[in-house]
Write a protein that binds this ligand. Structure first.
Ligand code: 13P
Length: 278
């Protein structure tokens, strides 16, 4: 099964009235766990990495591993740059074979976000790659080092943005935030519904960790076609490592590595089950 464009996986989700899971990875074990879950569930997935995470997980190492895992997977897998911060990273990701890129211009003034997104689209078009952009402000700090107040996406602005930039999918802000929620968030489904009615572009939900299955299903019914999960997988891996090292007499890497992959596999599988919406 080939490495596929992210737009193909999103079209599949649209046809099947479900959402594609986009799972963030930071090392080999996370890639192995996520792909194994997708294969076992016979469901396409998106493997992604945010530019900010490349301090710990360099693109030069992660890029080839992610692309190779996708090429060898038994189900369609897209490889996506999540929250790109620089054109340099966008270009390098495309050169490594990523089939989708996002440059997060959500903190820029509207017109500047449009201009930058058009530049990204022109680059991605050279490779036939998919483009995601964000409008409104998602809480938390996946994109850069600062924490941000949530600012819901304006449906009319979203329509203009999508028409002008011709992006393939739009990340919306509806009360969602990156990282662990201190309390269950109150997602603004009224805002999502209004965006869904106004905009034809498929919609993306960031900040998936901690959202309930019921809320995911409601979001899917209102046009969400890609859901990002990062923190839950990183936490699952870290907790598995902690449990193993605290209980093993002589901890060794060769036992630890599959345990980390398994923890990610379990988390990805759990989310795929919900996102398939069956
Ligand atoms: P979480 O870390 O909250 O799962 O968010 C993931 C995300 O949206 C990555 O862009």
């Amino acid at each position: 099964m080939p490495l596929v464009k992210m737009s193909e996986i999103i079209s599949f989700a649209e046809k099947n009235n479900c959402a594609a899971g986009a799972f963030s990875v930071g090392n080999m074990e996370m890639i192995i766990g996520a792909v194994k879950a997708a294969e076992e569930m016979d469901t396409p997935i998106i493997l992604q990495i945010a530019e900010k995470r490349m301090k710990q997980s360099p693109l030069d190492l992660m890029g080839p591993m992610m692309v190779s895992a996708a090429k060898n997977a038994a189900v369609p897998v897209a490889v996506h740059l999540d929250h790109g911060l620089t054109m340099d990273c966008i270009k390098k990701s495309l050169e490594y074979g990523f089939t989708s890129v996002m440059l997060d211009g959500s903190l820029l003034p509207f017109e500047d976000n449009i201009a930058l997104t058009k530049e990204v689209k022109a680059q991605a078009d050279k490779y036939g790659a998919t483009v995601e952009a964000e409008l409104g402000v998602v809480g938390g700090n996946e994109g850069d080092s600062a924490k941000h107040e949530i600012l819901c996406t304006d449906p009319d602005a979203a329509k203009i943005f999508c028409e002008e930039t011709k992006i393939d999918c739009l990340a919306v802000a509806i009360g969602n935030a990156h990282g662990n929620y201190p309390v269950l968030p109150e997602l603004r489904f009224d805002v999502l519904e209004s965006i869904y009615k106004t905009v034809e572009t498929p919609l993306v939900l960031h900040g998936g960790t901690g959202i309930t299955a019921e809320m995911f299903r409601k979001a899917i019914s209102l046009g969400i076609r890609k859901i990002n999960i990062a923190t839950a997988s990183f936490d699952a891996l870290a907790n598995a490592a902690k449990e193993y090292t605290q209980t093993a007499d002589k901890p060794d890497y060769f036992t630890l590595s599959p345990k980390m992959a398994e923890a990610v596999y379990n988390n990805v599988k759990k989310h795929i089950e919900i996102f398939r919406n069956k």
